[in-house]
Unconditional design. Structure first.
Length: 365
């Protein structure tokens, strides 16, 4: 193809599609484009086309004297690049006509939370002006801020509209995807798949020299808006080549995917906890059974010794009685002793367990 054909192709088809179709890699293609002095789309060009926005197409330079033709071999088997989960989810969001994926230029039927935030910021601005103190005596110079249990916003009055429109789009997208916004300990949290993310929308500061005699510095509004994930893993999206309004699909994609990841991790740890608890329960049962076996065995040995002792006592009593009968010395006192001794043998015997009038049932004295 000639130089004009490649120029036209570059501005009609994403480079990734060309890499799939032709036997060429990215560094080679970029070198060809540089050699032919062919301008390429800037970052965000294809996203703007996808959103239906106006784009700028750079003209092909005419002051060029190099080669005019380039040969690209078509692949026999076109490459198939595996899409990342982020890209798959983002495309799914972008292609769903039921989702409010764009930030409107004006507030249209704003969410009740946005209405409350708007009224709160309006009162803050009015209070500052009516007291003739302006916004420069607050902790955040030139800023107004919502109250606790309201959408967490801190911006200069000029950026209130942007903040409200962004939050309105974000909340509507949350609700459309069956998620929610909640307030916890005064903080704003996005509740996605039962996972909580503390969020805020703030205008960033710049350091500027103050006008006081001390030649100190102060922080003043920069006009750069930043949407922040205030809880772990702490992430921020701020105005740059794209405004945060144009990155809402990327922001929302991050939250949903991270919520899925966190939920999977939580389920995994819960399962591991159950496995560990079950293992500990089995170990406790085994330990308890062993301890019971030892106790029962010790009891067996003890009772066997008791029984042996009781049998020895009975043999001794019988021997004493026989001797007394043979010698004619079986007195009343000895008869009482023989009766008392037999009772004590029955009391000591672990199977007879005869209760003694004085000592009661045998215990390990």
């Amino acid at each position: 193809m000639n130089r004009e054909d490649l120029y036209s192709l570059i501005w009609k088809v994403p480079i990734s599609n060309l890499l799939k179709k032709y036997e060429i890699n990215l560094p080679q293609l970029r070198r060809i484009l540089k050699d032919l002095n062919i301008p390429t789309p800037e970052m965000g060009y294809w996203q703007k086309i996808q959103y239906g926005k106006t784009v700028e197409i750079k003209e092909l330079p005419i002051d060029y004297s190099g080669k005019e033709v380039v040969t690209l071999a078509i692949r026999e088997n076109p490459l198939s690049f595996k899409k990342s989960p982020q890209k798959i989810l983002k495309e799914s969001l972008m292609n769903d006509p039921s989702l409010p994926i764009k930030v409107n230029q004006k507030l249209v039927k704003p969410d009740i939370l946005v209405i409350e935030a708007r009224e709160s910021l309006a009162r803050k601005n009015a209070d500052s002006n009516s007291r003739h103190i302006g916004l420069n005596y607050s902790r955040y110079k030139g800023m107004i801020e919502t109250k606790s249990d309201e959408l967490r916003i801190r911006v200069s009055p000029a950026n209130v509209g942007r903040a409200l429109r962004f939050f309105d789009a974000f909340i509507k997208l949350l609700r459309a995807r069956k998620h929610n916004i909640i307030f916890e300990y005064g903080n704003t949290c996005a509740l996605i798949d039962d996972e909580k993310f503390e969020i805020s929308l703030r205008e960033k500061y710049i350091k500027a020299k103050s006008n006081d005699s001390w030649q100190s510095y102060e922080y003043v509004p920069s006009g750069i808006m930043a949407f922040k994930l205030e809880s772990y893993p702490y992430k921020e999206w701020k105005d740059g080549k794209q405004l945060i309004e144009d990155r809402i699909a990327d922001i929302f994609t991050y939250f949903e995917l991270y919520a899925q990841k966190r939920r999977q991790e939580r389920i995994y740890y819960e399962e591991q906890c159950k496995i560990r608890e079950e293992k500990e329960r089995i170990e406790r049962e085994i330990k308890a059974r062993k301890e019971k076996e030892v106790r029962d065995f010790k009891k067996l040995v003890k009772e066997a010794n008791q029984w042996q002792q009781s049998q020895l006592i009975r043999s001794y009593i019988s021997y004493v009685e026989n001797i007394a009968l043979q010698t004619g010395e079986l007195s009343d006192e000895l008869k009482n002793w023989i009766e008392w001794s037999n009772q004590k043998a029955d009391w000591y015997d672990p199977y007879k367990k005869k209760e003694d009038k004085i000592l009661g049932t045998y215990i390990d004295y």
